[in-house]
Design a protein around this ligand. Structure first.
Ligand SMILES: [Zn+2]
Length: 271
């Protein structure tokens, strides 16, 4: 993988965002492979598929590209809030590629967020643009990275080094079955998985999980029955092969992250 982008291709553009778009799309079309199958390339999607920038010609997984010069380890600015919510509810959200490039136009970091992790819980509604803005009243959203468990933050390029293709594909395949969970429930599954991962324990009890009850209630204010929901999601995570039941009220993490501590906030470039 050649990490050098070609800014000369954007010589006809003036706006920074357009230049970034043209240059990073060309890089992806030239260098990027599919994380979901053995395809060595992705195809640029047609202009009439909003929010989808690339499609795998072999397995038809769709990808949206977000390219940035700097980003925060906490959040990534994304598109319109309402459109994103609609796409999540319709289970049409593409996988998200977040590409950070350097001042020299080298790909510095590339993060893949599998689409199953993009739930309403990870969206933060931004304030509407002011009446002076060109798009006054427009409401965007941020994707809150801290609410996505490490399983859902797959590093493809880290600090200017490419991660092995097999490793990326292994990590993607491990979480792929999450898309089998119906979209209305998947947000809960990912939130409970995040709580489990945040504990950083190989064994845990239901009582320990209940300590995050208020946090989960804040993410799902319409749901009054948080504890039954937690227990239900533990069964879902067991069926997905991520945790196991050891004795009543006690659990073991079966599927540890494969050494994936790369994507910790300390490693990330600061804004
Ligand atoms: Zn594919």
């Amino acid at each position: 993988m050649n990490l050098q982008c070609r800014p000369d291709l954007a010589s006809g553009y003036k706006a920074g965002s357009q230049i970034a778009r043209v240059v990073s799309e060309e890089w992806c079309a030239r260098e990027l492979y599919c994380a979901a199958c053995h395809s060595k390339r992705l195809s640029q999607s047609r202009a009439n598929t909003p929010a989808v920038d690339f499609i795998c010609p072999e397995c038809e997984q769709s990808f949206q590209l977000k390219s940035l010069k700097t980003w925060s380890p906490r959040k990534i600015p994304d598109a319109a809030y309402d459109a994103m919510v609609r796409s999540i509810r319709a289970d049409k959200t593409p996988n998200l590629l977040v590409l950070q490039y350097s001042a020299e136009w080298l790909v510095r970091n590339l993060l893949l967020i599998p689409r199953a992790f993009l739930s309403e819980s990870v969206l933060e509604k931004r304030a509407p643009l002011s009446s002076h803005a060109r798009r006054a009243g427009w409401v965007g959203c941020n994707i809150l990275l801290g609410r996505i468990p490490e399983d859902g933050k797959i590093t493809m390029v880290s600090n200017g080094s490419q991660v092995a293709v097999e490793q990326v594909r292994l990590e993607f395949s491990r979480v792929r079955r999450l898309t089998e969970v119906p979209p209305a429930m998947r947000g809960w599954t990912v939130d409970v998985l995040n709580v489990v991962r945040m504990m950083r324990k190989s064994r845990f009890s239901l009582r320990e999980l209940y300590e995050s009850e208020s946090e989960l209630r804040a993410l799902h204010p319409a749901n009054q029955n948080v504890r039954p929901k937690i227990r239900q999601q533990l069964q879902v995570l067991r069926d997905l092969g991520i945790i196991g039941f050891t004795s009543p009220g006690n659990y073991a993490v079966v599927s540890q992250m494969p050494g994936n501590t790369r994507w910790q906030s300390a490693d990330l470039p600061r804004e």
